[in-house]
Ligand binder design. Sequence first.
Ligand code: 5GP
Ligand code: ZN
Length: 138
Amino acid sequence: MEQNNCIFCKIIKGEIPSSTLYEDEDFKIIMDIAPASRGHAVMLSKKHFENLMELDEETASKALLVAKKVAKVMMEELKCDGLNILQNNGEAAGQTVFHYHIHLIPRYHKDQVNINWPAGKYENGEAAGIAAQIAARF
Ligand code: 5GP
Ligand code: ZN
């Protein structure tokens, strides 16, 4: 299932060292090499999927349960004030490693992490039109 030249597949196989804080049959959670904050971790699927949309049903159904369980312990142990769950899909969305992963980013009052966007605005009826377009697919 692993993909050649995928850095996260190499980490999962143990070919590249990492600091692991959680592991089960489906996921490995490691310290991010370039942390946004103290304790920033990334949760890797053990199977190679490029992004969220490619996940198989079993992995998708387990992912948030594991993220929730580990995030709770991280909050307690790191004594952080909050925690962002962040998951990037596609280069335009900031994805740099094309192997499915979830960021667990502990947040501290007055930290330097910046997850922000300027508030946008819709024209009249625009939001309803977009919603209807997508809703028509279900
Ligand atoms: P993305 O930008 O794809 O959502 O996130 C990829 C994350 O993987 C980045 O936060 C980056 O610092 C982290 N990362 C990239 N290469 C390595 C590595 O070799 N080891 C670890 N532990 N993290 C890595
Ligand atoms: Zn991979």
